[in-house]
Design a protein around this ligand. Structure first.
Ligand SMILES: Cc1cc2nc3c(=O)[nH]c(=O)nc-3n(C[C@H](O)[C@H](O)[C@H](O)COP(=O)(O)OP(=O)(O)OC[C@H]3O[C@@H](n4cnc5c(N)ncnc54)[C@H](O)[C@@H]3O)c2cc1C
Length: 457
């Protein structure tokens, strides 16, 4: 039975801004920088102690993809997301190959903070968004909780970049979660990093023939499935995962690997108990895997666990009801939209919602695959001063499998920042902005909005 306590209190207004960005992940960084560079007073509310979201707090040092599918010579993402990669590589902390950006996590935190400071973005860490105060069709304040207590932030425009649509949901915007039939969401993963790796040896085993010789031609070297099967058969590994989801490597730190391999399905990251469970279980799996790696992977004999991520990685939660819902058929048809704000090009990547490995709904596109993202998917229905960017935009479960990757989250944020300026200066709701002006501004910022902007080399 649900029980409730009613508390009334006076909540001080601690901050006022033109734009409040809630969540400082890839989407939030794009939104905050773009709005602030256009002269708006911007505050970012972030529960962690760094910008970057899954890329940093989630320890996922690999952002992809910037190109159309399997085409290094066709870059479809520019703007702030490309700038982040360029700045990091220039400082010697990562590598960019037109398709992916691999980086050391700690320096990216620093670089994002430098970018925020240059743009005069006010960043507030250790601060959790709690709820939204709504008056008619508008949000007047968001209520935050931090060491200073319970406070309000007033703004003229709010951009929900929490990944989970926390603000939209609390403000009463409709949303969906998970698969249409049973509501299940993609598995969570706690990223971890290992040190003490001889990557040349690992590569020689994985790609150089050693693995195939041992496990056969059909044993899919990139997944190393044969290894995990053998380890499980020998009783050395628990069956929570059966393939590598990513071993991220940057040549600037060749002795370290970021590991995307823990797997916690059947949980909901908008539930605090599930989040706690997933974190504890993910950490347990990470330590368990160290022994498996040491025993079975040449080049990892002396590996050690250097980090587990500060936040468990969420692939899927709420998807808002927006003015347009992006459908997987739009992606497959490589649809173009009059209100395009940029491109997506990732495969429909659905990690199993119930067991190990990938879901049968995963779809691998043809070479050169790309599709446009319509501005209307960032505009929630029924509210007049809220925009949404990142993992929680308006789309179907399957479409999210592709849209959820970081370049698209950053570019959606960047578009929201520009749209916020347009809406505020024209005194209209986000759904009423002149999209052509948003597109023109995005293109001046180096964003790739139309086919003619694609960088072909
Ligand atoms: C394990 C894993 C592997 C992935 N692999 C890749 C990959 O290879 N390449 C790729 O590009 N993408 C990958 N992704 C997808 C991508 O990382 C996410 O979809 C993307 O980061 C979403 O961006 P976002 O800004 O919407 O949300 P997030 O990155 O989740 O950022 C949200 C931010 O908001 C903050 N926040 C949330 N709620 C609140 C609140 N109530 N109050 C205050 N702050 C709040 C969080 O702390 C966080 O900083 C992966 C994701 C996972 C989990």
């Amino acid at each position: 039975m649900e029980r409730a306590i009613r508390i009334t209190e006076d909540i001080p207004v601690a901050h006022e801004a033109d734009v409040a960005v809630i969540g400082g992940g890839p989407a939030g960084v794009g939104a905050a920088l773009s709005a602030a560079r256009l002269g708006l007073k911007v505050i970012v509310i972030e529960q962690a102690n760094c910008l970057g979201g899954i890329a940093t707090s989630g320890w996922h040092g690999h952002i992809c993809i910037y190109s159309s599918w399997a085409r290094h010579d066709e870059r479809v993402v520019g703007g702030i997301c490309h700038e982040m990669a360029e700045r990091t590589v220039k400082r010697g902390y990562g590598a960019f190959d037109n398709q992916s950006f691999d980086f050391e996590v700690e320096p990216l935190k620093l670089i994002l903070e430098e970018m925020a400071a240059e743009a005069r973005v006010k960043v507030l860490y250790y601060t959790q968004f709690s709820t939204a105060v709504r008056s008619g069709g508008r949000i007047t304040s968001v209520i935050i909780q931090n060491k200073s207590g319970r406070q309000a932030v007033n703004a003229r425009m709010f951009i929900d970049c929490t990944g989970d649509a926390d603000v939209a949901a609390r403000a009463g915007v409709g949303f969906d979660k998970g698969r249409p039939d049973d509501g299940r969401m993609q598995a969570m993963t706690l990223m971890f990093q290992i040190g003490g790796v001889d990557y040349d040896k690992v590569r020689a085993f994985r790609q150089g023939g050693g693995y195939k010789e041992k496990y056969g031609e059909d044993a899919e070297w990139w997944k190393l499935s044969g290894v995990w099967k053998e380890a499980q058969k020998n009783g050395d590994m628990e069956p929570f995962q059966d393939q590598i989801m990513g071993w991220w490597f940057t040549p600037t730190r060749p002795d370290q690997l970021g590991i995307n391999f823990t797997h916690i399905p059947r949980r909901d990251c908008t539930n605090a108990e599930d989040l706690t469970y997933a974190t504890i279980e993910g950490r347990r799996q990470a330590f368990h895997l160290i022994n498996v790696y040491r025993k079975y992977i040449p080049g990892m004999e002396h590996c050690w666990l250097s980090h587990t991520a500060a936040i468990v990685g969420t692939r899927e939660s709420r998807r808002i009801h927006g003015e347009y819902q992006i459908h997987e058929n739009d992606l497959v048809a490589q649809k173009e939209f009059d209100d395009s704000i940029g491109y997506g090009s990732f495969f429909i990547d659905i990690h199993s919602c119930s067991g190990p490995g990938m879901d049968a709904e995963t779809w691998r596109p043809p070479q050169g695959f790309k599709y446009q993202i319509p501005y209307r998917a960032l505009v929630p229905k029924g509210i007049d001063n809220l925009l949404v960017a990142g993992r929680c935009v308006s789309c179907t479960h399957k479409a999210l499998g592709s849209l959820r990757v970081m370049p698209q989250c950053v570019l959606e944020g960047e578009a929201c920042g520009v749209a916020a300026r347009e809406a505020l200066s024209a005194n209209v709701a986000p759904r009423g902005v002149d999209v052509k002006r948003v597109q023109a501004q995005l293109r001046t910022q180096g964003a790739i909005v139309f086919d003619k902007d694609i960088v072909r080399s």
